[in-house]
Design a binder for this molecule. Sequence first.
Ligand code: THU
Length: 144
Amino acid sequence: MNSLSPQALVQKSQEAKNFAYCPYSSFRVGAAVLTSDESVFTGCNVENACYNLGVCAERMAITKAVSEGHKTFKAIAIASDLDDQFISPCGACRQVMREFGLQWDVYMSKADGTYDKTTVEELLPCSFGPDDLRARKSSPTNDK
Ligand code: THU
């Protein structure tokens, strides 16, 4: 099976950006995540009058995918309205991407659809992840 092209995934992230709910920042973001079985889940940022409850586009897309049984990802594309910069995912979104592996692709795009390709591992080196919770550790003590 031919994999969806990066350009097509970026296009889907741009379409998702049109649904951004961002009355406070006016900063529209869209994301599209490609699963191992070639499904695509999209997300946009959804802000809230209680500012800290806002959700980023990337986490929205990943959460939608996981909630429908998809946990293995090939790539995620991110779109914004920035003309001169590739949109870079925030630290929280990098950590959520990392939860589902380090070796998958991240396409950070500009408004014109051009993109820069990187990986989750490059975006979040020396990260903490699920394996760390399973690593050998000394017994906890409750000494006061
Ligand atoms: N935002 C995203 O959705 N993804 C990013 O990669 C960067 C920032 C959102 C959060 C907030 O709604 C708005 O952009 C401004 O920070």
